[in-house]
Design a binder for this molecule. Structure first.
Ligand SMILES: CC(C)(COP(=O)(O)OP(=O)(O)OC[C@H]1O[C@@H](n2cnc3c(N)ncnc32)[C@H](O)[C@@H]1OP(=O)(O)O)[C@@H](O)C(=O)NCCC(=O)NCCS
Length: 186
């Protein structure tokens, strides 16, 4: 079952990040990282060709209420996004259990500093402790070792590899993982 989500009034803090809903005023920060070659492609979308593209997608983030902005505490800059998506993962989980699939992207300028594990851990804790999700899933394209490391470091367990059709219409073998709520009764 797809778990309910509405990020509008959620605000989480980690040592270095504020995790909150996207706002229209984040447009320039969003375009700054989404236009860079080699970022979105790893998550299945092409770099934004203009700020108009970013504007339209940002409006979708705000309306969809399932995608967080990742904002640096020190500078206030938004450096990435983390979405709680309806699952398309091919993992067999009983219908009675509710969860979502985590998806994320970080600005290339900030790779390699542990920002995404920090964000994923905080969102997972919130989903499990406050929203009582039973599980989260997450996946990465076969050759995306950076995302693989995030998933492993956050404690997910590998389940299966599926064929995923990207928004660019390409096919990617995608390794899928699950993390169960540690509070769950077994
Ligand atoms: C995947 C991503 C979110 C990782 O975020 P991050 O905050 O950089 O994650 P980490 O700092 O924990 O780094 C993860 C691994 O990337 C590797 N890495 C770090 N910086 C790197 C760089 N500049 N180039 C290549 N690899 C790098 C390291 O091996 C690290 O693993 P380690 O901790 O075992 O050393 C980020 O690389 C990204 O946004 N990539 C493009 C979009 C994407 O892949 N999204 C996920 C779709 S499934």
């Amino acid at each position: 079952m797809i778990a309910p989500i509405d990020v509008t009034n959620i605000r989480l803090e980690t040592p270095r990040l504020i995790i909150r809903a996207w706002e229209e005023s984040d447009l320039e920060d969003f375009y700054e990282y989404a236009r860079v070659d080699g970022v979105g492609q790893r998550a299945g979308w092409k770099p934004h060709e203009s700020i108009e593209v970013s504007k339209e997608i940002l409006a979708g983030f705000i309306a969809g209420k399932k995608t967080f902005a990742l904002q640096l505490k020190d500078s206030g800059k938004v450096i990435g996004s983390l979405g709680l998506e309806a699952r398309e993962d091919g993992i067999s989980i009983p219908e009675s259990m509710q969860g979502r699939e985590v998806g994320y992207v970080l600005s290339k300028d900030y790779w390699g500093n542990g920002f995404m594990p920090e964000a994923v851990n905080a969102v997972a804790k919130y989903c499990f402790d406050a929203l009582s999700y039973d599980y989260l899933t997450c996946g990465h394209f076969l050759n995306n070792q950076q995302s693989r490391r995030v998933i492993e470091k956050c404690g997910f367990t590998y389940v299966t590899t599926v064929d995923y059709t990207t928004r660019m219409g390409t096919h990617e073998q995608t390794m899928m993982y699950v993390l169960y709520n540690p509070n769950r009764k077994r």
